[in-house]
Every structure is written in C-alpha cells, then in structure tokens.
Write a protein that binds this ligand. Structure first.
Ligand SMILES: *Cc1c(COP(=O)(O)O)cnc(C)c1O
Length: 420
C-alpha cells in the first residue's frame, strides 16, 4: 500500500486489521468531485466509516459531513468539520441529539416525521433559538437500480410525500423553525448511472413543488446518493464520466432556474469502500471432506458484509493473498475464529494452493460498513485495529480492543459475589 509492504504493516500493527489507503480515498473523492457540477456539495455519510481520521481526510479534501448519532456528530466536529458543514439525519433522534444540533448551530437537521418536527420546534423554543430543518421525504415514486429501494413503500424514514403536500401551513405551525430544504434518499448500492440521474431529476422536481406548496425558500435540495461500488463478479463500477454526462445537465438546468439553491449529494460507501482492505492472518489450514479450509484470525465478527449482502447464495468479496505470490490457484474456504458456520469470509475462493500459517489474506473493497456494521462483540473478540496510510505514512487510527475493553463494562451481580 503506497509502497509499504503489507507484511510489514501486519507485523507492526498486528492482525486482524483494517488498512485504509488515503490515496485511494482521495482519488475516489476527487474523481467524482472534479466531474460534478459545482453547485453540488458532497456530504460524507459517517455511517459508512466513522473513523475520525477517515472523516478528517475527506474533510481536508473538501467533503462536508452527514451524521446520525451524538458520537458521529462529535467525531465530525473533532475531525475539524465546521458546524455549518454538518447535517444530522436519522429517524429516532433523541432530545439530547437535537439539542446538541441546535446548540452547535449545524447546517441543518434533516427531519423524518411530523412528530419530530414538533419536537425540534419545541426544543428550539426552549433554547431561545431557531432551528434550520430540511424535510426528508418518503417519495411516492421509486426508481429501479438500487440494492435497497426506498421510495414508494411504507417506511420509518422521512415523511410521505403526499402527507407533506396535504399538510396545512407547516412553516406557520412551527414558529421556531426555518424550513430550508428537502431531502430524499432512494437507496444504496446503486450501480446504474441512469438510475442516479433519474432519482436526481425526480427529487429536484419534487423539492421545487413541495417548497412552493408549503411556501418556504429552497436553500438546499439533498438528492441522496447511494452510489455503489462493484463487489461481486458480474458487477461493474459506476463510470463517473458517464454519470457526470447524465447528471450535470440536470444540475445545470436546475441551477439556472434557481441560482440560490444548493444541491447536496450524501455519499458513504462510494467514497471509502475501495480504499479499505481487511487483513487477516492464516492460523491453520486443513481439509474437510475434500474441501480446503484456511482458518484465519479475522472473521465475520469484523466483516459482516462478507457473509452476504441481500442475497441467499453466498457471493465472495474480492480476496487476495497479500504477502507472496504463492502456488497455482485452488479453491479455499476462508473462515474465522467464531463458533458458527456463518463465520465464512469467502467460500470456494481461488487462492494459492499452498496457503500456510502466517499467510496474509486481504478482503478488498472493505473500507465501508466494516467493523462498525459487524457484530464485533460476538464471542468477545472485540474491535480490530485500524490503520490509515496518508502520504506514505502508516499510522494507527484506532486501537484494537483488549480483553479489558470487553470485560470492563460488565458488572458482577451483588448476590453472586459471596463465597459459598
Ligand atoms: C446510509 C445512508 C447514506 C449513506 O449510504 P451509502 O449507500 O453508504 O452512500 C446516506 N443517506 C442516508 C439517508 C442513509 O441512510
């Protein structure tokens, strides 16, 4: 990675380990940023990888931040993102979270229900301040091409489009709230440039009609994002040139009509997935009933996505032997330390036929929805180490959990402490 042998990094930081390549993240971000219409602001969704250094890296490149919890908000602020470049989104915000958003005076709270809108308005009044709110819409329409489609279905996210058009005088009934925009998120893992363009066109159109109907100024429209990356055979990465050719004319036309309205794209996976590799070391190799198994020190407790994304048949992430060339390809099941057959990072993966203890296996394209989206506490192995390489310099950006991080928060019930 950036000229550093992964075997040296593994030795220095130990395994299992998430390795993030700052150059790859930068190239992915700038590859899109440089092609997108300048009216578009890119917000990084910390949900995909909430590591503070990853967030700071993207911020240094120009990305803003979209957060969904108190800890993500604090992470973004500590990473150096100014409050006016942060938006807070999520269907179940606590009073504490809403209050923090108001006190920090972040760019906007993205509101997901009429009930929540009332709560935000009331909390703003309590604090003697005003709230800036973007309405999240659950659109009536849906566009095919996402791994998880959002619009056109009953959802806990956002307010039904029809309900927003039917509501009477939302601005008038929320005296402490400035409605400033509209957001919709149509799904994740979108690999079709046409689907992104169609989503964008429809959301911009809907946002304009809604702002007009409710009578609030449209400072920003957040057209979601959900851009995917290819993980599996038969999938193809988005072609950013083609994407730009399709979406930029839509942004340009919108911008000409509404020069004062900013457009936001919120992106998580797209920005960080390709820059990350999960590295685990082979502990044992064995054969069972004619199949080869490489049992590594890492598993699905750190990389749940490797179990499978939205499909019953297991599909493998791209995997590679990292520390040497190795012999001719053979099929391997790469499994971890958990006591469940589901703990399979890869099934029938083509790797060198001479795998042996100490070999390093990399699960590539793993920079998004890694450890924080995995059951890291299962069997009490805890969080893996995370290392980020920036300008050829590899540094630990999260310490691995030690036993006391796992046992420490537990309390022995008082009735069970005495001698018998
Ligand atoms: C999860 C999520 C994102 C980030 O999604 P990606 O597919 O990782 O880009 C953005 N916006 C909303 C509302 C989300 O729920």
């Amino acid at each position: 990675m950036q000229g550093l042998p992964v075997s040296e990094l593994a030795q220095r930081f130990g395994t299992p380990l998430y390795l993030y390549d700052g150059d790859a993240v930068r190239d992915q971000y700038l590859g899109l940023r440089d092609r997108l219409h300048p009216v578009v602001e890119i917000f990084y969704s910390l949900k995909a990888n909430p590591n503070i250094s990853v967030c700071a890296l993207l911020h240094r490149l120009g990305a803003r931040a979209e957060v969904s919890s108190m800890a993500e908000l604090v992470t973004a602020l500590e990473a150096g993102v100014p409050a006016d470049q942060i938006m807070f989104l999520g269907p179940g915000k606590s009073e504490q979270e809403i209050t923090a958003c108001l006190k920090e005076d972040i760019r906007a709270i993205i509101c997901e229900s009429i009930d929540e809108l009332a709560a935000i308005d009331r909390l703003a009044a309590d604090l003697g301040t005003r709230a800036r709110v973007v309405l999240r819409v659950n659109p009536s329409f849906t566009v095919k091409g996402s791994g998880l489609t959002m619009g056109g279905k009953p959802r806990q996210f956002g307010i039904d489009e029809q309900a927003l058009f039917d509501a009477e005088d939302l601005p008038g009934r929320h005296a402490r709230t400035d409605l400033i925009g509209v957001q919709a998120y149509m799904g994740t893992r979108i690999l079709s440039e046409e689907a992104v363009a169609e989503n964008t066109r429809r959301i911009l159109d809907m946002a304009e009609r809604l702002a007009e109907r409710q009578g609030f100024p449209l400072d920003l429209v957040d057209v979601g994002g959900g851009l995917g990356v290819a993980y599996f055979a038969q999938e193809q990465d988005l072609d950013v040139d083609r994407l730009a050719d399709l979406v930029n004319p839509i942004f340009e036309e919108f911008h000409r009509r509404r020069p004062d309205t900013r457009v936001v794209m919120e992106l998580g996976r797209y920005l960080v997935a390709t820059g990350g590799v999960y590295v685990s070391a082979v502990r044992y190799v064995k054969e069972s009933m004619g199949e080869r198994f490489a049992i590594t020190d890492g598993g699905t407790n750190h990389h749940m996505a490797a179990v499978g994304i939205g499909s019953f048949a297991k599909r493998n992430f791209p995997m590679r032997l990292l520390n040497r060339a190795g012999g001719p390809a053979a099929k391997w099941n790469v499994t971890g330390p958990l006591c469940t057959p589901n703990d399979t990072l890869g099934k029938g993966v083509e790797l060198a036929d001479d795998l042996r203890p100490g070999d390093l296996i990399g699960v590539e394209r793993s920079g998004a929805y890694g450890p924080t989206a995995s059951p890291v506490l299962f069997l009490s192995h805890g969080y893996p180490a995370e290392v980020l390489v920036v300008d050829g310099d590899a540094q630990l950006v999260r310490r691995r959990d030690e036993t006391e991080h796992l046992t420490g928060p537990q309390l022995l019930h008082g009735a069970l402490t005495g001698q018998r």
